[in-house]
Design a protein around this ligand. Structure first.
Ligand SMILES: [Zn+2]
Length: 418
């Protein structure tokens, strides 16, 4: 720590403003009023979440520009109450040959002796790449995976406030936003536990900021969403005392998860037996994609997975047939026939990932009609857990938040994070 601080001070002294000070204390807030009673035991939890914002190849040179009008507080990767101040509105960092460098006043980059640096702002927000983040940013060299990671560390409740904006529609009713806050908090908590207990890949972060996990893009101006977060503060769903994996998607299209394959028996609450009929007026309840056979084949060949399987495909497409579907209607395997009538097998996912915003789920029928491939489908997403459009409709019909959660995740209970 001493060496690190000396280095930071050496760099910062070029600005003649360097000082050492106690770590700033976060402001205390009035505890928000929860409107939903919890009915099970409390779950101990870590309250700071680590979100991966960016990952760069460590063999390439990477530059990071972070902005904060009132300067920065820099911290070493070790636990300490000491920090160094860096009084400029912009901070430039460089990673080259797996080493971090900080740009000083003379515009020269000086080496940081540690493999990570944590950057905070006295104003509690930092801007990078057009987005503004609460909490701190950590730039870390991950030698094991040959990458440079940019991680945002922030309180879980602030993270949930951001995610509700990006994973829901801000104009939807408050009760819907509360459901979203509970399931996003639960999903994040589940991944935080997994990351810290088991997965070495997630040693430095808990989850990613994309729809691989949950979309997170920092601060926003939809302040009315704060009410949904505050009034469900620390509430999560549990199953038999464990944090639930609260998957959710945009529209289930009426598919019954219990009839899907593969069925994860360790999470029975994701295998709902009841059909959701609440999303039938949703824009994605039914959809259609219609492509010329050449355009469809080109689309497949632009996707690495499908292209590998179609390496010897001799076009044009003469026929297409879905031959492996589950009871819920999801397509698992498809045969594509070339002009010699030779069959090539693709997965439903191979088809879907070529155009995930148009081929919106695996619940589809695929046909060749003359020189067109016509795909008609239902739902948008993976069709497990909360169906957001269905949930919105249930709210408008007067269902309670607990009733909705119990419908989509049967057997779960509301619990409180300590
Ligand atoms: Zn639905």
């Amino acid at each position: 720590m001493k060496k690190f601080l000396c280095l930071l001070l050496a760099a910062a002294s070029l600005f003649a403003h360097a000082t050492v000070l106690a770590k700033p204390q976060s402001k205390t807030k009035e505890p928000p009023q929860a409107v939903i009673e919890d009915d099970t035991a409390s779950i101990p939890s870590v309250k700071i979440i680590r979100v991966l914002l960016d990952e760069q190849d460590a063999d390439q040179e990477s530059k990071f520009i972070i902005k904060s009008p009132h300067g920065f507080v820099l911290e070493s990767p070790t636990e300490s109450n000491n920090t160094a101040v860096y009084q400029k509105p912009e901070l430039h960092l460089l990673c080259k040959d797996k080493t971090l460098y900080l740009q000083c006043r003379d515009h020269r980059y000086r080496r940081i002796k540690y493999d990570s640096i944590e950057i905070c702002s006295p104003q509690r927000t930092l801007t990078m790449g057009g987005s503004t983040y609460q909490g701190s940013l950590v730039i870390r060299v991950d030698e094991e995976n040959n990458s440079v990671l940019v991680i945002n560390k922030l309180p879980l409740e602030d993270y949930v406030y951001s995610v509700v904006r990006y994973e829901s529609i801000p104009s939807w009713p408050l009760a819907m936003q509360k459901v979203q806050a509970i399931i996003s908090r639960t999903y994040a908590t589940f991944l935080m536990q997994q990351a810290r207990l088991k997965n070495p890949r997630f040693r430095y972060f808990d989850l990613k900021n994309t729809n691989i996990h949950q979309v997170y893009n920092g601060t926003h101006n939809y302040t009315h969403l704060r009410q949904a977060v505050d009034e469900t503060s620390n509430l999560i769903l549990t199953h038999k005392g464990n944090v639930a994996l609260t998957m959710f998607d945009i529209c289930c299209g009426g598919a019954i998860p219990a009839h899907m394959r593969p069925k994860d028996c360790s999470k029975p609450y994701l295998a709902r037996q009841k059909r959701c009929t609440f999303c039938q007026t949703a824009p994605s309840y039914q959809w259609k994609e219609d492509l010329h056979i050449t355009a469809f084949l080109n689309q497949l060949k632009n996707s690495p997975n499908a292209a590998r399987k179609l390496k010897h495909f001799n076009g044009p497409i003469s026929e297409v047939k879905a031959f492996d579907c589950d009871k819920a209607g999801l397509v698992h395997r498809i045969k594509l026939f070339d002009k010699n009538n030779k069959a090539f097998t693709l997965t439903g996912n191979d088809i879907r990932t070529t155009s995930p915003h148009k081929i919106k789920s695996l619940s589809f029928n695929i046909k060749k009609i003359r020189d067109r491939i016509v795909i008609t489908g239902k739902g948008y997403g993976h069709q497990r857990g909360v169906c957001q459009w269905g949930c919105k409709e249930m709210v408008s019909r007067g269902w309670s938040i607990k009733g909705i959660l119990n419908f989509y995740y049967p057997g779960t209970k509301l619990s409180r994070l300590l």
